[in-house]
Design a protein around this ligand. Structure first.
Ligand SMILES: C[S@@+](CC[C@H](N)C(=O)[O-])C[C@H]1O[C@@H](n2cnc3c(N)ncnc32)[C@H](O)[C@@H]1O
Length: 325
């Protein structure tokens, strides 16, 4: 047998991996072109059978998670249309595909949806998010790539969180924090943000994922505005670890973030502080680092996550830094 030929066992394993890719991408509402369509097209070409499409449907639109926490109507419609396009070119019509489409064709589009992020343990973090990236005047109602990157890093470095009190700044809808609470055994976790709609969604998502102040870890959601926070508030929280994802994006608020970080690092004992940023504008990010330096805060870059758990564009420029005084 030549190197390029796969055994049927290898093909089955590959198929299972591809099915998992479809599922993880579907539930997190990843961009449709990023799905492994080529594999499906090749399978249809060689088998002329709708079996693989049927398997994909079972792991996506027909999965119980989709009943409980459905991705947006528009997204499901577009996803099913992509499947139908491949099916029409490659095999006999599959009734369940058209039944699934009929369910979403008549349904009204909504501004909110659920996204689910599958953890290595098999559980999902399901979050209510807004469909639009920016809505109600905030960027905080969706999960950003830096949140996924930081969550993956946390899964690789659970000891940074285990048994500790963790404070998250600018938590948004809660992906990073909920992942840490689910997988890294902190003793307490304090989510925080300042925007009223974000705080409302964050509280709902924390509850949706079974986290509370009474459970372990003890979880709180606090209103914490970087421009107003006091050292007393920070001392009361008493964080051992402070994390933040995608909080460096607006040159107007970088100054207040740096002031807050100075206060955080003045706490005794000083916590471990990790800031994960998508570098969209190098000038804004460079300005942040310069302001850190001016405030007497040094930093070093931490190498990224090794495990690929969540689907996101790995070519994005994301950097995580650890701060020191
Ligand atoms: C780009 S979002 C990132 C959300 C989340 N960490 C993520 O990566 O998906 C920035 C977050 O910072 C919050 N934020 C902006 N300015 C803030 C301030 N002055 N105080 C507290 N939070 C702030 C916003 O409300 C928003 O939730």
């Amino acid at each position: 047998m030549g190197h390029s030929e796969e055994t049927s066992e290898e093909t089955e394993v590959k198929k299972m991996d591809i099915l998992k890719d479809f599922q993880a991408s579907f539930f997190s509402m990843s961009r449709l072109p990023s799905f492994p369509w080529t594999f499906l097209e090749k399978d249809l070409q060689s088998n002329k059978s709708s079996e693989f499409i049927s398997d994909i449907l079972k792991q996506t639109c027909l999965h119980s998670l989709c009943r409980k926490f459905p991705p947006s109507v528009r997204y499901r419609r577009l996803f099913l249309s992509e499947l139908i396009r491949r099916e029409a070119a490659g095999c006999d019509p599959l009734d369940e595909l058209y039944d699934a489409l009929a369910e979403v064709v008549g349904a009204e589009d909504t501004t909110e949806c659920y996204k689910s992020y599958l953890l290595p343990c098999g559980d999902a973090v399901s979050l209510m998010e807004n469909v639009a990236l920016i809505s109600e005047g905030t960027t905080g109602l969706v999960t950003w790539e830096a949140a996924l990157y930081l969550a993956e890093w946390a899964l690789d470095h659970q000891q940074v969180f285990t048994g500790r009190t963790v404070l998250e700044l600018g938590s948004g809808v809660g992906l990073t924090g909920i992942t840490v609470c689910r997988s890294c055994s902190p003793s307490r976790f304090v989510f925080s943000d300042c925007h009223p709609s974000v705080l409302q969604k964050l509280r709902a998502n924390v509850q949706l994922n079974g986290l509370s102040e009474q459970a372990t870890p003890a979880v709180r959601v606090e209103e914490l505005d970087w421009t107003e926070v006091t050292e007393e508030q920070l001392k009361r929280i008493g964080a051992d670890t402070v994390i933040a994802a995608d909080v460096v994006y607006d040159p107007d608020i970088v100054g207040s973030l740096v002031k807050l970080l100075s206060k955080v690092l003045r706490c005794s004992p000083s916590p471990e502080v990790l800031i994960c940023s998508t570098i969209r504008n190098p000038e804004t990010y460079g300005g942040f680092k310069q302001q850190l330096g001016n405030a007497g805060i040094s930093h070093h870059v931490i190498s990224g996550p090794v495990s690929h758990v969540f689907p996101y564009n790995r070519l994005s420029s994301i950097e995580m830094i650890k701060l020191h005084t």
